[in-house]
Structures are given as structure tokens and as C-alpha cells.
Design a protein around this ligand. Structure first.
Ligand SMILES: [Zn+2]
Length: 270
């Protein structure tokens, strides 16, 4: 068996981990420039400059949060869940990175800190999920013939509309604070309740200028299944998510450069 990325011998995927560890540790050398609490069952989008740090905080307790990322100047460059999964693993934590789609393929963010345990659950589930995607109204229609627009896809679409993006720009998400895995028999996706406690956070560093968007999932902490007609609306399992943006002391950024895309000669000619 050969790993896609050997953590002990990452080769050209190696980077200066100490740089990110310092950012995580030296919190006295940052200044908060944005603090916003995203209400339950809603979306929020915000621009982020390269070199800034974001904390997504479970401000009141467990809650799943769906994340999308675009290059602020070129929304065709967006986060690519499949390639990020191959390189980093199916769940992310500190010192993992999210990579952009082709033909860009560079780290968009690097995670600097994570207060959630990376230990698997009894069922083999892990947190911060790159396997699944967002909930969406098309699936509700397909499965239940139900018109239902309280989903992360709707929330993300509405959040990015002021930035002139549409639902076609919404892409596979990182499910922050969500525990998932694949069952060992069929390799079918499973979910478990979010383990986040009040104050838990996932923190990342922007490698390029970004537009970020999150949705506070209308299914809340995923402790309940089902929705609607039978009275199983998991409203009580829904909590807000805090977004904190920090500007770093310039000295902390010394030596760091925005990553560039690999230069490929041509994909059109032989
Ligand atoms: Zn959702």
C-alpha cells in the first residue's frame, strides 16, 4: 500500500509547520478585526485577506457548520474537497490544508488550531468532515417529494448573492464540527452527533485573498434524524456559530509567501 501523502516523508508537500504553530500559540500577537455571530439556520459570507486568521467558534455548544472558499478575485478558483481529501485525509485538523481546484491546485488555507479531539469514535467516526457535502433542497425533493428550502445549500447561496455569485458557485463543503465516517461493510457515509462544546473552535490561516461562506446547518448538531411533518424538527439542536477574524503582527508573517500554482506547459497539446 502506498499513501497519497506519507506524513513521515511528505516530499514536496512539506512546509514550515513551525510557522503555523507559532501563529496558533502566540495569540497575544494578533488583533481582532471582525466578530460576527451567525444565527441558527442561516448563512454568512465575508472577504478575508491573505495572512489573516479565522476562528469558527461553537459559541453555544454543538453545531455543524458548512464551509466554502473562493479566491476573492477569481471565484473559479475554489476549494476542492476531493483533492484535499486525497492529500490530507478524510477529516482535517491543525496543520492540514484545503487545496484549490484545477488548474490552480494550491493551498487556500492552512489549519492552525483545533480544540476537537482527533481520536476516532467507537464507530470509527472523526470530526471536520471532507467526505460528505451540504444538505440541499434537491435531495429532499428527490427522496420525499418535499418542497423544502431550509438547507445549507440555500443558506450558502443567499450568503454569496451580494458578491454576485450564484448556487452554481456553491461547492462541496468542509463540514466543520461534524463527525462522519464510512461503514465498513458498504462504505456508506454515516454521521454522528457533533462533539463540539461551548467555546470549541477550528482556526485557519488564509494563504490567498478569499471569499469565505458558512452555513449554520439547519439540522443543528445532527443529534436527531428527520425533519418536519412528524414533528421532528431539530430546532432545539440548532445553535449559532461565531466568526472571528484576526490580523497578525507583521513579524509573525516573516518568511511566508502566497503559494503559487504549479506551472503546467499545456493540457491541450500533446
Ligand atoms: Zn446542512
Amino acid at each position: 500500500m502506498r499513501l497519497y501523502r506519507d506524513p513521515d516523508n511528505p516530499g514536496r508537500l512539506a512546509f514550515d509547520e513551525g510557522f503555523y504553530r507559532r501563529i496558533a500559540a502566540e495569540t497575544g500577537r494578533r488583533r481582532q478585526v471582525l466578530h460576527h455571530v451567525v444565527p441558527i439556520r442561516s448563512g454568512y459570507a465575508w472577504p478575508l485577506r491573505a495572512g489573516q486568521v479565522v476562528r469558527l467558534v461553537a459559541v453555544e455548544g454543538p453545531q455543524v457548520c458548512d464551509l466554502n472558499l473562493w479566491n476573492l478575485d477569481n471565484p473559479r478558483e475554489r476549494f476542492w474537497a476531493a483533492r484535499s481529501r486525497q492529500i490530507q485525509g478524510a477529516h482535517v485538523t491543525a496543520l492540514d490544508r484545503l487545496w484549490s481546484c484545477l488548474p490552480y491546485l494550491r493551498p487556500m488555507i492552512t489549519f492552525t488550531n483545533d480544540t476537537i479531539s482527533t481520536e476516532p469514535t467507537a464507530a470509527g467516526g472523526r470530526c471536520h468532515d471532507l467526505l460528505g457535502t451540504r444538505c440541499d433542497p434537491y435531495l429532499y425533493k428527490l427522496l420525499d417529494d418535499r418542497d423544502f428550502d431550509v438547507t445549507c445549500h440555500n443558506n450558502l447561496t443567499r450568503a454569496i448573492a451580494p458578491f454576485h455569485l450564484t448556487e452554481l458557485d456553491v461547492h462541496d463543503v468542509l463540514n466543520v464540527f461534524q463527525v462522519t465516517g464510512l461503514d465498513p461493510v458498504h462504505e456508506i457515509y454515516f454521521m454522528e452527533p457533533s462533539p463540539a462544546r461551548k467555546g470549541d473552535f477550528l482556526e485557519f490561516f488564509a494563504e490567498i485573498d478569499l471569499l469565505c461562506a458558512i452555513s449554520t446547518c439547519p439540522s443543528g448538531d445532527l443529534s436527531q434524524w428527520g425533519w418536519g411533518e412528524d414533528g421532528s424538527d431539530p430546532l432545539a439542536a440548532c445553535r449559532p456559530i461565531g466568526v472571528e477574524v484576526y490580523e497578525l503582527d507583521g513579524e509573525l508573517l516573516e518568511g511566508w509567501r502566497r503559494p503559487e500554482s504549479p506551472r503546467v506547459k499545456s493540457v491541450y497539446s500533446a
